[in-house]
Design a protein around this ligand. Structure first.
Ligand code: GLA
Length: 381
C-alpha cells in the first residue's frame, strides 16, 4: 500500500538523524485552472490544490545550519543558514530561503534538521517548489510557535522564493499551496491579495496530464515574458498591465507598441477577463462554457504569449478531440509541464487515458502520465 508523504518524511528523518522529528507538516501542489501569466501583471488567477502533497519533517537544532535530506537526495547535506547559493538552484536553497525569509521578519531560526518527502511531480508546472517552501514554513511555524496566518505564511513563502532563491515568480503558487482547499478553486486578486473559494461543481471533473517535458529552460523565457510585460506597461503609462481593464485594447494607444508587445498585452488582458468568465461558468456549473474558456486560454498562450511547445500543443489538441473532453489547455509557467482538461463527472480518467494513448507515439520520448485523477491504488494512500 502507498504511504503518505508525511509518514515517509517522518521515517526518512528518523533513519537519517537517529531521533524522531518534532513537527511534520505538508502542503499540496497546485494546478491552475485559468489565469496564466496574469499574477505578475496584477490580475486574477484561479488555481486549485492537487491531491499530491509535499511533507516536511523537522526539528530545531542550535547549529546555525540546515541539515537536509530528501527522497531524491537521500544523503543528508549540511549547509550554513546564510551560505550563498551555487550556480544551480538546489532544493536546499529553498529550505534555507524559507529560514532566511522568516529571519528577515525578525524571527531568528537557530538551525534545523529537516527531511522532505513529496508526491508532487517536479518540473511539471504543478508548483513543487512552492509546496516545498510552504510545507517547510508550516513546520517552522509549529516548531517556533509562530502566529502567522496561512495568508501571512504565503507572503513569506513568496518572498523566500522570489528574493532569497532569486526566481522571479509571481504570488499565485505560494498563495495556492497555502490557501487552496479541496473541491474549490481559489479566486485570487494578485494586486490586493483578496481571495475567495469558488466551489468546483460536482457535475464536472478535471484531469491533469504531465507531458514529461521538463520546463528546465523556463526561467530565462519566464524572465523575458515578465520583462516584456513591464516594458509594455511602462509604454502604456501603468505600473501593472491589468490596471488597464479588459477593453483597453480598443481604448489605449496600443499602436505605440511593437507587434510582439501588443500580442503579450492582448494575452494578459484577455486572460484576465477569462478568469471572471470562468468563475461565472463554475457558479452555473456550465461545463461547455468553461471548456471553451480553457481552449481560448490555450490558444492565447500558444499564439500571443508564446509559452507553449509543439509537444504540449499536440497533447492539448489530442485531448480536445477525445469524446467527452469539454476543453483543455497548458497549465503553469509553460515551455513544457502539464495540461489540464475538463470533463463531466466520472469521465476524467477515461478521457485522460485515451488522450495519452492517442498521443503516445508523438510523446514517446517524454513518458507522459496522468497526475489527476489519482488511480484507485494511489488514492488509498
Ligand atoms: C509560474 C509562476 C507563477 C505564474 C505562472 C504563470 O508557475 O510561478 O507565479 O506566473 O508561472 O501563470
Amino acid at each position: 500500500m502507498n504511504v503518505t508523504p508525511d509518514q515517509r518524511a517522518r521515517e526518512l528523518f528518523e533513519a537519517t538523524y537517529g531521533y524522531a522529528p518534532l513537527h511534520v507538516e505538508s502542503a499540496p501542489g497546485r494546478v491552475n485552472l485559468i489565469g496564466e501569466h496574469t499574477d505578475y501583471n496584477g490580475g486574477f488567477v484561479l488555481p486549485m490544490a492537487l491531491p499530491q502533497r509535499t511533507a516536511a519533517a523537522l526539528a530545531i537544532n542550535q547549529s546555525r545550519q540546515v541539515r537536509s535530506v530528501s527522497e531524491q537526495l537521500p544523503r543528508a547535506v549540511a549547509s550554513a543558514l546564510d551560505a550563498p547559493s551555487g550556480l544551480r538552484i538546489t532544493f536546499q536553497d529553498y529550505l534555507r530561503a524559507a529560514c532566511l525569509a522568516l529571519a528577515e521578519k525578525g524571527q531568528a531560526v537557530p538551525g534545523v534538521d529537516i527531511a522532505i518527502s513529496s508526491d508532487v511531480p517536479i518540473g511539471s508546472g504543478l508548483s513543487s517548489s512552492a509546496a516545498l517552501v510552504v510545507a517547510t514554513l508550516r513546520a517552522l511555524r509549529s516548531a517556533l510557535g509562530l502566529g502567522y496566518t496561512d495568508l501571512g505564511l504565503a507572503k513569506i513563502a513568496h518572498r523566500a522564493e522570489h528574493s532569497f532563491v532569486g526566481v522571479p515568480v509571481g504570488v499565485m503558487d505560494p498563495m495556492a499551496c497555502s490557501l487552496a482547499v479541496p473541491n474549490s478553486a481559489l479566486l485570487l486578486n494578485t494586486r490586493s491579495l483578496e481571495f475567495e473559494n469558488v466551489a468546483f461543481p460536482p457535475e464536472l471533473e478535471l484531469a491533469v496530464i504531465d507531458s514529461g517535458q521538463r520546463h528546465e529552460h523556463a526561467s530565462g523565457e519566464y524572465r523575458a515574458r515578465r520583462a516584456e510585460c513591464e516594458e509594455a506597461a511602462a509604454a502604456l503609462g501603468v505600473s501593472l498591465l491589468c490596471e488597464l481593464g479588459e477593453d483597453a485594447m480598443e481604448r489605449v494607444d496600443v499602436a505605440a507598441l511593437s507587434p510582439k508587445l501588443r500580442a503579450r498585452v492582448l494575452h494578459v488582458l484577455s486572460e484576465n477577463g477569462r478568469v471572471a468568465a470562468a468563475v461565472d461558468a463554475l457558479r452555473r456549473a456550465d461545463g461547455e462554457r468553461l471548456g471553451r474558456l480553457l481552449a481560448a486560454s490555450h490558444a492565447s498562450l500558444r499564439d500571443d504569449f508564446q509559452v507553449s511547445t509543439p509537444e504540449i500543443d499536440a497533447l492539448v489538441e489530442t485531448a480536445t478531440a477525445v469524446v467527452g473532453c469539454l476543453g483543455a489547455r497548458i497549465t503553469g509557467g509553460g515551455f513544457g509541464g502539464s495540461i489540464v482538461l475538463l470533463t463531466r463527472k466520472g469521465k476524467a480518467a477515461d478521457v485522460a487515458r485515451e488522450a495519452l494513448e492517442k498521443s503516445a507515439l508523438r510523446l514517446a520520448h517524454l513518458e507522459p502520465r496522468v497526475v489527476v485523477p489519482l488511480s484507485s491504488a494511489e488514492s488509498q494512500a
